[in-house]
Every structure is written in structure tokens, then in C-alpha cells.
Design a binder for this molecule. Sequence first.
Ligand SMILES: Cc1cc2nc3c(=O)[nH]c(=O)nc-3n(C[C@H](O)[C@H](O)[C@H](O)COP(=O)(O)O)c2cc1C
Length: 202
Amino acid sequence: MSREVVSYYEDFKEIEKKIWDLLTNAVTDRSSEFRTPVFICGNDKDLDGRVVVLRKADQKNSFVQYHSDIRSSKIEKIKKNPNCSILFYGKEEKIQLRLKTECNVHFNDDVTKESWDKTGHISRKCYLVTNGPGTESDKPTSGLDNKFDNFDYTKEESEAGYKNFCVIRCKVKSIEWLYLAAKGHRRAFFDLENNKKNWLVP
Ligand SMILES: Cc1cc2nc3c(=O)[nH]c(=O)nc-3n(C[C@H](O)[C@H](O)[C@H](O)COP(=O)(O)O)c2cc1C
């Protein structure tokens, strides 16, 4: 456990800066521990989490976003209850982040267009599955036609995936920060909606 004193140990401003640095860096740094958080959605009878890839973090407008297949069962869940949570943990940084968010599903609009254009040929493969994610199959399957499975498709052919592509934009309502340190853990809560912050017992 860390004995080093970091600038963000007990300074709200520095902590907020560190949080958004971690999130924005994770979007471009494939090796970042904050790149693949757990996204949790559902209702009071059925809550579920899954790993996603962080694709955008915007501090100014307080949102993060990731991509998905519009046919995933989580899409209906998000539409019914947009209050979702995103959980991050960085072992190296010894930082846990718990984001409470209000999510909006973007489909076939300016937001999806911008993200789709940035999505490479290889990454588009996930959106080329014939049936949606979670569809039952009587045999083990990738869900892809052979052609796509073997990367035997052109960038133009990958455009077919756009009809399944969506962007989940998550407006951040609050962030709970936990920093593990040998000299004493620190936990802080940021209420972004009311611009309030306070310390919590870790
Ligand atoms: C490393 C990793 C990254 C993933 N990234 C995404 C993602 O960005 N978006 C997504 O919808 N699913 C992603 N998945 C798959 C989900 O975890 C999940 O298996 C899938 O979305 C189907 O479940 P769901 O429909 O309940 O979300 C990822 C899985 C792993 C292991």
C-alpha cells in the first residue's frame, strides 16, 4: 500500500482533476486500468453488470460514453430506467470510482455517426453478428458469418454494422472516490448536479 503523498490525497480540486485525467486518458490509452469499467443497469428486481470500453470522457459537459449493439437487452433496460452506475478500479493507482449516471441511447444520429466514423474496420466486427447479442444458439458460435469471422470483408462491407451500432451517453450525476493509502484511506463524494462535495469515512 502506498506511503507516498500524492497531490490529490485530500484536496477536492486535485481529486476532481485526477478523476477526469484518469477517464480521459483511458479513452486513448489501451493499457489503462480505467478503460474497461463495469456498467450496471436494470431495475430493483433485476440488476446486472458487464464490462464495457470507455470511448469518451467529457469533463466540461460531465459525461462518459461507450458503444454497444442496439439489440442488446440492456438497451431496453436503460430506456426503462436510465439511472445506471459505472464502476472502475485501478490496482496500480489504488483508486476506485463509482459513477452514478443518467443514460441516453443514441441511435442513427450525429453522435453515432461521429463515433462510427472513428470505429476501425476490425472493431466494427462486433456489430456484424447476424442475430443480436444474447440470442440463444443450438451450437457454440461467434454469431458471425464465416466471411466476417475470417476478417474477409472490406471497410465498405463493414458499413452494414452501422444499423446495429449505438452509443450510450452517460451524464455523470455523482462520483464517489476511494483512494487506498497506507497512511489512511480517503473517500470523497462529488455531487455534480448540486456542485457539492464532502468527505466520507472510507
Ligand atoms: C474487455 C471487454 C470489453 C467489452 N466492451 C463492450 C462494450 O464496449 N460495449 C458492450 O456493449 N459490450 C462490451 N463487452 C461485452 C459485454 O461485457 C457483454 O458481454 C455484452 O454486452 C452482452 O451483455 P449485455 O447485452 O447484457 O450487455 C465487453 C466485454 C469485455 C470482456
